[in-house]
Design a protein around this ligand. Structure first.
Ligand SMILES: Nc1ncnc2c1ncn2[C@@H]1O[C@H](COP(=O)(O)OP(=O)(O)OP(=O)(O)O)[C@@H](O)[C@H]1O
Ligand SMILES: [Mg+2]
Length: 243
């Protein structure tokens, strides 16, 4: 079995408001899976359940075959508004998960320093977050999430706060990084181009209670992104979200 994350028959309600009714999905090792869906449908709630921060009314979460329902610290999680702490340097922000694990300063430096260049942060580590561009801040938050060293990264709208050009650069950069570091990722996004570019699978979350109404496998063949098939797929995904 190659599934890193399995959500098995998840149901949840906030008071009288049902959010999910028997929702299931899985993410395979080294895959990127995107979830798209309207605002308020329950995407972040599903991430909180997968991350063990919220216990679902029923259903189970498995990471690498082990049940982790309600158990925090099992995934790398980049929150929707992942603000770096303004009073800590970029380096100290990145070091946070390692500091919490009780690692020595020398060990933390050995882990962080070799990664700074890949994440485009070399020379910026002693700055404070407000001195960085939006893209640089996102890369610092991604490095911090990566260093939590868990089998899967959950990224809640990782590039949505960025302008169009920076966003485009970021997801191209991230796609290369994901392949090189063999990351397994579950990503929430509202950007269909981004979702197609990054993902192997795309799930459409819809309705109340929400369900995965459609899933798409994204072709990875050469030239796909310049083809008519790409435009057709994009239209199908739009239609699936809106219908
Ligand atoms: N802790 C909570 N208590 C009560 N209701 C909540 C709680 N968290 C979320 N909700 C409600 O659950 C629904 C789903 O919220 P959620 O944040 O998961 O949506 P989302 O799909 O991530 O939306 P967006 O795209 O705007 O981020 C919303 O109606 C929200 O108001
Ligand atoms: Mg959300």
């Amino acid at each position: 079995m190659n599934d890193v994350l399995v959500l098995d028959n998840i149901s949840h309600a906030f008071g009288q408001q049902p959010i999910f009714d028997n929702l299931s999905m899985s993410v395979s090792k080294n895959d990127v899976v995107s979830i798209v869906g309207a605002s308020g449908v329950g995407k972040t709630t599903l991430f909180n359940i997968a991350a063990g921060l919220l216990v679902p009314s029923s259903g189970k979460v498995f990471i690498n075959g082990k049940e982790t329902t309600g158990e925090a610290g099992t995934v790398g999680y980049m929150l929707q508004k992942d603000l770096l702490l303004p009073f800590k340097s970029v380096y100290d922000n990145i070091a946070l998960p390692l500091t919490l694990k009780g690692y020595s300063k020398a060990k933390i430096a050995d882990i962080i320093n070799p990664q700074l260049a890949s994440f485009g942060l070399e020379g910026l580590e002693h700055q404070y977050p407000q001195m960085l561009s939006g893209g640089q801040r996102q890369r610092a938050a991604l490095l911090r999430t990566y260093l939590s060293d868990n089998p899967i990264m959950l990224l809640d709208e990782p590039f949505s706060a960025l302008d169009f050009v920076t966003k485009d650069e970021m997801y191209h950069w991230f796609s290369k990084l994901q392949k090189r570091l063999e990351l397994t990722c579950l990503i929430i996004t509202h950007d269909i181009d981004e979702a197609i570019y990054l993902s192997d699978q795309l799930y459409v979350l819809k309705g109340s209670p929400a369900e995965f109404t459609q899933t798409f496998s994204i072709p990875k063949c050469e030239g796909f992104l310049d083809s008519q098939d790409y435009l057709n797929l994009k239209k199908q995904i739009f239609a699936a979200i809106q219908s």
